[in-house]
Design a binder for this molecule. Structure first.
Ligand code: FES
Ligand SMILES: [Fe+2]
Length: 465
């Protein structure tokens, strides 16, 4: 199918938006709709947020000492460290953690600091037989037991002490590995609130990373995280997706302190537009979304009497069902195509549903409050009982490379580049602000409000400012 002529009208900005659209679409589903797709919006205040929250070094240091040391943080996926000695290194401001699989199969977290004179034991992930410090050779087992000391005659004074590598809490959920530096933090299962219930049917534990791209981004970590917490920027930042994305028609929900989500209806034209014909919706969602079962728009024509939403839902049901070896006849059209994006405070966002699952991780770039490390992972579900494919290797893009240079991201690369152009400009604009504050939309930016309210609970600075 060649691209239909783009004859539609862009409406005045102030007229667009229907936050009830998703609930209306759910009423048209032909299979039972799971309860967790219901609206769950607690309502928030509307005070401005000070730009200091992004731009000030003091605020960043408060986050370093009071928040990053006490929260569950996604490090990587279990399939990245399948064998004994495989490990990831997670650097979070002043701390560095080695997350390693032992020869007993258990994943442990070790403070990445030699007990001799403090050298970091590992500078990056990889595989080792032992943890041997590259400076003088103190050596620990994969379980963190001290095994040998060079010139041991000179270290008689530490004999009898506990010389095991100090550990950090590690917990896994559906293959996602988290660490927490706080021994007194609640278990991960409590921290995740209702999320395990919401994700119970998506078989994330059988997912493998098929693309993993990382790049440094010149902005505060929250600015980057918040770029994925609202869809109302799409009509200006990503105009190519308006023909198939209900950007300002999204639903926003929060669950406890740590979980929020947005639900953006797909295969419907934005309410910023008028007169978009269905063949154009079909063409563009296939060609531009980067998440559907086929990206070859020319291979599809909308059958008589079907909406694009029905057609794409069934296409995804069939192809993704076959690929994952699952009968997806019970799946709603929503879970087969919509952008249902959850965040887990503070560093992770995961796209849910039966397909097109993307994971974002955003953390500060060392101790620099004006730079962050952004990771994007695409997941693919393999069949039960099948040997999973090896996970994709990390593609670390140089700072000056666009995401579109990472061909494994497909149509998503140019979309991220559009987002990235905002992020550097946010750093500049926040510092230049005469107003000294940002004003959030009451509803459409409620996930951002929620993000800051949770942050305040850790910082003890009170809400609002
Ligand atoms: S600092 Fe590690 S062995 Fe000396
Ligand atoms: Fe975006």
């Amino acid at each position: 199918m060649n691209k239909p002529e783009e004859k539609f009208t862009l409406l005045p900005q102030d007229q667009a938006g229907d936050p009830k659209l998703f609930q209306t679409l759910l009423k048209q589903e032909t299979v039972p709709v799971p309860d967790y797709l219901a609206e769950h919006y607690p309502g928030f205040s509307n005070e401005d947020l000070s730009v200091d929250r992004y731009a000030s070094r003091e605020f960043h240091r408060l986050e370093a000492t009071r928040m990053w040391t006490r929260t569950w943080q996604f490090v990587g996926r279990e399939e990245q460290i399948p064998k004994a000695g495989d490990h990831l290194v997670y650097d979070i401001i002043d701390n560095s953690i080695i997350v390693m699989r032992g020869d007993d199969g258990v994943i442990r977290g070790f403070h990445n600091s030699c007990l001799h004179r403090g050298r970091a034991l590992r500078m990056d992930g990889g595989t080792v037989g032992k943890l041997k410090c590259p400076y003088h050779g103190f050596t620990w087992s994969l379980k963190g037991k001290l095994e040998s000391i060079p010139c041991a005659w000179d270290f008689k004074h530490i004999e009898g002490q506990n010389n095991d590598l100090p550990q950090v809490r590690v917990e896994s959920w559906l293959g996602f590995v988290f660490i927490n530096l706080d021994d007194n933090a609640p278990p991960l299962a409590d921290y995740l609130n209702e999320l395990p219930q919401h994700f119970r049917d998506y078989a994330f534990e059988r997912s493998v990373i098929i693309a993993h791209v990382q790049r440094r981004v010149a902005t505060n970590w929250k600015v980057a995280q918040e770029a994925f917490m609202e869809s109302m920027h799409a009509h200006v930042t990503h105009p190519q997706i308006l023909t198939f994305t209900g950007d300002c028609d999204s639903q926003y929900d929060m669950y406890g302190d740590n979980i929020s989500r947005s639900v953006t209806p797909m295969a419907v034209p934005s309410s910023h537009t008028k007169g978009v014909v269905e063949p154009l919706v079909l063409h563009d969602i296939l060609a531009e979304s980067g998440r559907m079962a086929d990206s070859n728009a020319d291979a599809h024509t909308l059958p008589e009497g079907q909406t694009t939403r029905q057609y794409i839902g069934e296409l995804n049901r069939s192809i993704f069902g076959e690929a994952s070896g699952r009968d997806l006849s019970h799946a709603t059209l929503a879970e087969l195509q919509d952008a249902i994006l959850y965040s887990i405070f503070p560093n992770t966002q995961i796209w849910s549903g039966y397909c097109g699952n993307i994971v974002y991780r955003v953390i500060p770039d060392g101790d620099n409050h004006e730079s962050c490390i952004f990771d994007v992972m695409l997941l693919w579900r393999h069949k039960e009982g099948e040997v999973p494919p090896a996970p994709a290797r990390l593609n670390r893009l140089p700072d000056d490379q666009p995401f579109s240079a990472a061909s494994e991201l497909g149509a998503l690369g140019p979309v991220f580049d559009q987002d990235m152009r905002n992020l550097g400009a946010m750093t500049k604009g926040l510092k230049a602000s005469k107003k000294g504050a940002v004003s959030l939309a009451s509803y459409q930016e409620s996930r951002i409000r929620h993000h800051h309210q949770t942050l305040d609970k850790y910082l003890g600075t009170g809400g609002g400012k």
